[in-house]
Design a protein around this ligand. Structure first.
Ligand SMILES: NC(=O)c1ccc[n+]([C@@H]2O[C@H](COP(=O)([O-])OP(=O)(O)OC[C@H]3O[C@@H](n4cnc5c(N)ncnc54)[C@H](OP(=O)(O)O)[C@@H]3O)[C@@H](O)[C@H]2O)c1
Length: 316
């Protein structure tokens, strides 16, 4: 009997120029099972037209979202677009709400008409950091406005009758084209130049290699698993311990790193201090093998020595 030919599934990826968005595009575009449409806020895609068609849109604009979704009729929408700068969300609340909440509402509205499943990225900042590590069943209580917008977007999905998955993650690190420097990339830039750095010792979390998270998102898309998943690295460490491990793996001088407390930074947005995720559900149901910090930082070191991304990033 001839093999049945199935149509590729249509996946719309928002924030495709961002750190996670790029990795999801790289993974899904390798498979013939998917046909992709990319959207992000920049004029041009970081990918060429051979990878996938691209449109510049602002997800907070309902008309722009409706137009793209109506034309493409996605089977699945992966929403990685967000205002991710936690302090900027605290000081520009109107913009944060527009993008992180109304943007999701726009995707839900258009996605319902197209019959789409939505995969929404969320964060450990929905928790207060008093009693981590957290499981999917723990009660959210965000401290910051960013956390409130992300929880509001989760609740929006829960109360709409659209099929959806919420993937919560934290402390992303990794390398991609023209992205804002994440903690690990910033630290590599500083230590490489022998600049002393002060790193907080009282923020505990689970650093997550972005490549592993993208793999998890691809699994969710493939299996169309609904519900909430915590997807992060398995180690629960302080930011200081993560920084020291980075210095060791990259063979930089660990003496350049000295501890400080979060309160000393006087940042506009409060941070959850005792965080971290229990990732058993994702490990079992999605069959994910997440890298610990040693393995993840070795992968990052290898990536940075074989790509030109670090040069672009260290100039920012
Ligand atoms: N990074 C972390 O440590 C972390 C931790 C927990 C959860 N998350 C969540 O994971 C997701 C991905 O994070 P990420 O680190 O990959 O973020 P990112 O690098 O900032 O990527 C987000 C992308 O979305 C774009 N974007 C922003 N506003 C938009 C809008 N109104 N319309 C269309 N595109 C827009 C951004 O463009 P601009 O660069 O121009 O803004 C950027 O290209 C987010 O939902 C975030 O909340 C991230």
């Amino acid at each position: 009997m001839p093999a049945l030919r199935t149509e590729p599934r249509r996946v719309l990826i928002t924030g495709s120029n961002g750190l996670l968005g790029q990795k999801v595009v790289e993974l899904l575009s390798q498979s013939r099972s998917y046909s992709l449409q990319l959207v992000s806020s920049q004029e041009d895609s970081v990918f060429g037209p051979d990878t996938a068609p691209y449109a510049m849109i602002d997800i907070s604009d309902r008309k722009q979202v409706s137009r793209v979704v109506e034309n493409f009729q996605p089977d699945t929408i992966v929403n990685t677009a967000a205002i991710t700068n936690v302090d900027a969300c605290e000081t520009n609340r109107e913009r944060a709400w527009k993008v992180n909440v109304l943007g999701v509402e726009n995707l839900v509205h258009a996605g319902k008409l197209a019959g789409s499943h939505i995969v929404q990225l969320s964060t450990d900042y929905v928790f207060d950091g008093k009693a981590g590590p957290y499981s999917e069943e723990d009660r959210p209580n965000p401290l910051s406005y960013y956390g409130r917008t992300k929880l509001a977007s989760e609740n929006l999905l829960r109360t709409s009758d659209i099929s959806h998955t919420i993937v919560r993650t934290m402390v992303l690190y990794g390398s991609a084209r023209k992205v804002k420097p994440n903690f690990a990339l910033w630290l590599v830039g500083e230590l490489k130049e022998n600049r002393p750095v002060r790193i907080v010792s009282d923020q505990i979390g689970s650093p997550t290699l972005v490549d592993d998270l993208a793999f998890g998102v691809a699994k969710v898309v493939e299996l169309k698993k609904a519900g909430v998943y915590h997807v992060s690295g398995p180690d629960i460490v302080s930011r200081l311990a993560f920084a020291k491990e980075l210095a060791k793996i990259f063979r930089y001088d660990a003496e350049l790193i000295t501890p400080q407390l979060t309160a000393e930074l006087r940042q506009p947005a409060p941070r959850p201090l005792k965080s971290g995720f229990i990732i058993l559900k994702a490990q079992v149901e999605l069959n994910l093998a997440m890298s610990g910090i040693e393995a993840g930082l070795l992968i990052l070191r290898n990536q940075l020595s074989t790509t030109r991304h670090p040069v672009e990033i260290s100039r920012q």
